[in-house]
Design a protein around this ligand. Structure first.
Ligand code: PEP
Ligand code: CO
Length: 469
């Protein structure tokens, strides 16, 4: 890290002053306390020599899709685990995640009648911000689990010690994940002609299955119709793309994957297509914003009731001074009970920006609740979210956006293709007494595939009636 004079005014930095490490002049929140600076620096050097995960032309193509969504001409589905785990870097988990993303997006295509831009929270979503630095259990206090890139979830001193070599393993696991996703998507698995490839075994709700079956049938018929009109197979329309995203949190890692590319200006973070700033690290004067301002990727920004609209406006202008379209994705997460008060002033504050941001609704992170999951063995405190709150926030978002005349550009969900019991409610009426049965997340509770499909169908009905279909 360079030793540059400290300045408190971010606008004092001319663009030429930006370097991948200039974030280190600013306060960096939510960074692990790495015990050995030299070990971290050595990992950073190694990472900076490794091949990247994505390319600059993919990043530019995603920005085009995001610009369409900002105008209401496409809809974004950003979804995946709260925190990916190294242990779940397995073919079945990855394929199931892809399946649920494809199924949900098919429902949204059908409902919205526009292209869906699919973005996974995957292939690098290995670092978490935490509200407490320490976790206390039975009188013992240890550093909080900060994601598999940093430490391990077991409540033991050795597991919780931040270990920079995990960043290397994370890069490798992300590469394995993305390689498999690309192979599946490119190899016909994601072909819209064959949505039967995406069936998840455990979906056992008759109503959901029937409705999903009907949607698949209609989409297939529409494809057949277009192909008979065109007189040829329209594979290029039927193939889908999956982009990647993760929270831009551990800055030495993001820095090491920030590269220049031939024949294009500027710097790209080539570890992911869409890095986002979490709600805890989105201060304009902070290190994360300073890092993000210098890269050419689109930038996601989480906003909620703790963020003031005027500050978000300043941050957006700071990160996108040239008004590039598709550059800024604002992901709002107010909570079902706060969105009606919080969202309209946030939308109004972005009025008149040269490039309208792409707005996504994250109906997950404002709706957390702490409850006790009791199993035969013990009563464990866990976080859950109620399906009804999640659906209510997403539905309110659709209405509030429409009332303000600002397109809702998409949805941001924590979901999994596995049959977990982490969120309560939904068609199977999961209750708190079900949570202990299959609670697998180490951080936030995810919608299981059935709950995700059910949510998508509810929203899709609204989309259809909004466009008079
Ligand atoms: C997350 O997306 O997992 C997260 C931590 O979100 P937020 O920054 O909105 O709390
Ligand atoms: Co989360």
């Amino acid at each position: 890290m360079t030793n540059v004079p400290h300045s408190t005014d971010p606008t004092a930095l001319a663009d030429a002053d930006w370097q991948p490490d200039s974030w280190s002049r600013r306060p960096a929140l939510q960074q692990p306390k790495w015990p050995d600076a030299e070990a971290l620096a050595s990992v950073q050097r190694e990472l900076s020599q490794l091949p990247p995960l994505v390319t600059s032309w993919e990043v530019e193509a995603l920005k085009e899709g995001l610009a369409l969504a900002a105008r209401g001409d496409a809809f974004v589905l950003q979804g995946g685990d709260c925190a990916e785990s190294f242990a779940d870097c397995r073919p079945s988990c990855i394929a199931d995640m892809l399946k649920v993303l494809l199924q949900v997006s098919l429902i949204l295509v059908h409902g919205g009648g526009k292209p869906v831009v699919r973005i996974g929270r995957l292939a690098g979503q290995y670092a978490k911000p935490r509200s407490q630095d320490l976790e206390v259990r039975g009188g013992q206090s240890l550093p909080a689990y900060r994601g598999d890139n940093v430490n391990r979830p077991e409540f033991e001193a050795s597991a919780r010690r931040p270990d920079p070599t995990l960043l290397l393993r994370g890069h490798e696991r992300a590469a394995l994940t993305l390689n498999f996703v690309r192979a599946l998507a490119g190899g016909g698995f994601a072909d819209l002609h064959h949505p039967e490839n995406w069936d998840l075994e455990f979906i056992a709700n008759a109503e959901l299955e029937q409705e999903y079956g009907r949607i698949v049938h209609e989409v297939r018929e529409a494809l057949r119709f277009m192909e008979s009109v065109a007189g040829r197979s329209i594979r290029e329309f039927a193939q889908v793309e999956i982009w990647t995203s993760h929270e831009c949190l551990v800055l030495p890692l993001e820095q090491a994957l920030t590269r220049r590319v031939p024949r294009r200006e500027g710097w790209y973070n080539l570890s992911t297509h869409l890095p986002w700033l979490g709600v805890r690290t989105a201060a304009r004067d902070g290190a994360h914003a300073e890092y993000a301002r210098g890269i050419c990727n689109p930038i996601g920004i989480k906003v909620g009731k703790s963020t003031s609209p005027a500050q978000v406006r300043e941050l957006v202008e700071f990160l996108n001074p040239s008004g590039e379209r598709g550059r800024i994705v604002l992901i709002h997460r107010f909570g079902a009970s706060e969105i009606a008060a919080g969202l309209p002033p946030m939308l109004a504050a972005m009025d008149g920006l040269a490039a309208p941001p792409t707005w996504l609704c994250d109906p997950m992170h404002g709706n957390g609740q702490s409850v006790t999951a009791s199993s035969d063995a013990a009563a464990i405190p866990v976080k859950t979210r109620r399906f009804d709150d999640i659906a209510a926030e997403a539905e309110a978002a659709m209405e509030l956006h429409s009332a303000a005349g600002v397109p809702l550009g998409g949805l941001h969900l924590e979901l999994t293709g596995e049959n977990v019991t982490e969120c309560v409610g939904g068609a199977r009426r999961l209750s708190e007494s079900d949570l202990a049965r299959a609670y697998r997340s180490h951080v936030d509770p995810r919608l299981n595939a059935e709950q995700a499909l059910e949510l998508a169908m509810r929203l899709s009905h609204r989309m259809r009636s909004a466009r008079g279909a």
